[in-house]
Write a protein that binds this ligand. Structure first.
Ligand SMILES: Cc1cc2nc3c(=O)[nH]c(=O)nc-3n(C[C@H](O)[C@H](O)[C@H](O)COP(=O)(O)OP(=O)(O)OC[C@H]3O[C@@H](n4cnc5c(N)ncnc54)[C@H](O)[C@@H]3O)c2cc1C
Ligand code: SF4
Ligand code: SF4
Ligand code: SF4
Length: 502
């Protein structure tokens, strides 16, 4: 039984809601944030070494800092919320560009554009930061990630490439501050890692002042190391020590001395960590700069620049020829894939979270539960007024060419009289086979479910309508003339309303 004192101690919640419920992704943030040094992440498990409730009546820290708790989310979001664009698939940003390392040898070593490695190396050599938190591979077992404090450029170079298993990078950040005494640290991690360090900043934890810049990696999920390696050995007769590298394309590819083995992604879906199934963030929405693949463009990465710090640093590196850039508007397929992947991750996670709440009583973290703020905001205060509509006459390929230009992922469909009759979304358009796009009208793929609100209603009304119907946007129409569109409200507008409170 939990004692009264124990119930005010964050560890009680951390253990019940995160660790024992299977949501821990082993980042190590709770360990470094604990003021008593009572927690330890070891052998893929967080343990409490001493009973902290004996010396404390109340402590909220470890639970609030954990990226899988609902605490501090909006305050964390406010670090990026001054960016000019708010997009419901990829969050706040200043610019999205394609980039690749200027150094062709680095490009050959990475399966992406080696942008992260190039930027880290440049940042350290130029003195912008003194160290970087990276993830190397264990020499005896190359699939096993080893988080590392890089203090010389060689440490950065040997971390090139993605490892698709959990890495305790927040714990390594703690070592950089406490162990190495580094003052200006660059951090690299997947979205939940990024959220953990943003939470340290939002908490104003003393170690967060040593953070200089955050690089986020796009992420579909990570696999459980033990269960995945056991599966690969059993099904493909590949021992962990035989694996040279792993990479992700349309399949999961394992490289050994004998060649490459391709595994279809659905086959290994069971080995993805439970937290990843309810994770809505694909593009590390809170990073200074987010980087992912430039698929289907080989050798290029997609770079989302979110903060002023990220923008200044990135363009300094571009000016010096460290990375080359290319305009994403010229590559609509890359933009389409990015938006669709991000929306699919979000939609699937929301569905899964609802299912978990219903079947197991677990409550995964989702944003937008702060209804009181929403009930005090009117729709006409938060809606986007300049609405780009799509006419019934255009084809799916004409629509797809419009999307990178206007940067939205859904548009109201209007008839010849300019009356709204549905929505055309990037997600639906992307489902049309490439050879059929030019001859398929957007009319055919439009979603006819037209949910609307009035400008004088509250943001809470819009939120409730969107949540109950599982939609990401709603049309604002004129009360006196319901055929006239006044604006649009998206989930991102609602989030923006909430973050402004901070
Ligand atoms: C688990 C995981 C899932 C991913 N899923 C996708 C996806 O679905 N779609 C997509 O477009 N991109 C995904 N990425 C990102 C992609 O694989 C590349 O990391 C990204 O495009 C940057 O490429 P790059 O060539 O610039 O990186 P590089 O120059 O090769 O540098 C990679 C950096 O990643 C760091 N790193 C490697 N593994 C980890 C890890 N497990 N945890 C924290 N840091 C790590 C290393 O420290 C290194 O500095 C994923 C990455 C990871 C780690
Ligand atoms: S003392 Fe440490 S383990 Fe205990 S509740 Fe606080 S942060 Fe958690
Ligand atoms: S902070 Fe990180 S290591 Fe700690 S419980 Fe949460 S996910 Fe696990
Ligand atoms: S999918 Fe989400 S929870 Fe899973 S590793 Fe990636 S960022 Fe973390």
């Amino acid at each position: 039984m939990v004692s009264e004192t124990e119930s005010l101690i964050a560890y009680t919640f951390l253990k019940n809601k995160i660790i024992d419920s299977g949501f821990c992704t082993l980042c190590g943030a709770c360990e470094i944030a604990c003021p008593l040094g009572a927690l330890q992440l070891k052998a893929e498990k967080v343990e409490r070494l001493t009973d902290c409730s004996k010396g404390l009546d109340l402590c909220p820290i470890c639970y609030e800092i954990c990226p899988h708790s609902e605490a501090l989310l909006l305050r964390s979001l406010s670090f990026v919320a001054d960016a000019p664009v708010k997009n419901e698939a990829v969050g706040y940003y200043r610019k999205i560009v394609l980039a690749q390392a200027g150094d062709s040898q680095l490009r050959a070593q990475s399966f992406g554009g080696a942008v992260v490695t190039s930027l880290l190396k440049y940042g350290m050599e130029s003195g912008f930061f003194d160290s970087a938190i990276v993830t190397q591979a264990e020499s005896q077992n190359p699939s096993k990630p080893v988080p590392k404090v890089a203090i010389v450029p060689d440490d950065i170079l040997s971390a090139i490439g993605s490892k698709f298993f959990p890495s305790s990078v927040a714990k390594a950040y703690g070592s950089a501050v406490y162990g190495y005494g580094q003052k200006n640290i660059a951090f690299v991690g997947v979205p939940c890692h990024v959220l953990a360090v943003r939470k340290l900043e939002a908490w104003q934890h003393k170690i967060s002042s040593n953070l200089k810049i955050i690089f986020g990696l796009f992420c579909f999920g990570t696999f459980s190391l033990n269960s995945m390696l056991t599966y690969i050995t059993k099904m493909y007769n590949i021992l962990p020590s035989d694996i040279l590298r792993m990479r992700l394309s349309s399949k999961f590819v394992i490289q050994t001395r004998d060649g490459e083995t391709e595994i279809p992604l659905p086959e290994i879906d069971d080995h993805i960590l439970p937290s990843c199934r309810v994770c809505t963030d694909f593009t590390a929405e809170l990073a200074d700069i987010s980087i992912g693949s430039g698929y289907p463009l080989e050798g290029w990465s997609t770079v989302i620049i979110r903060t002023k710090t990220g923008e200044d640093f990135f363009y300094e590196a571009v000016e010096k020829g460290i990375v080359n850039t290319w305009v994403i508007e010229e590559e609509p397929k890359v933009f389409e894939r990015l938006m669709v992947a991000a929306m699919e991750k979000r939609t699937n996670a929301l569905k899964k979270a609802k299912e978990m709440e219903r079947t197991s009583g677990l409550h995964p973290v989702l944003l937008l539960r702060e209804s009181s703020v929403l009930s005090n905001s009117r729709i006409d205060e938060i809606m986007t007024r300049s609405v780009k509509t799509v006419s019934q006459d255009i084809s799916v390929s004409q629509f797809l060419a419009l999307v990178p230009k206007f940067r939205h992922i859904a548009y109201p469909l209007v008839n010849k009289k300019n009356v709204p009759i549905g929505w055309v979304t990037l997600e639906e358009a992307a489902k049309v086979g490439k050879h059929l796009r030019a001859k398929t009208s957007v009319n055919k793929i439009a979603i006819r479910k037209l949910v609307t609100v009035y400008a004088d209603e509250t943001a809470l009304v819009a939120f409730k309508k969107m949540s109950s119907r599982n939609i990401g946007r709603i049309l604002v129409i004129d009360k006196t003339n319901p055929e006239t569109i006044l604006g649009i409200v998206t989930k991102m507008d609602l989030m923006h309303t909430l973050t402004k409170q901070f």
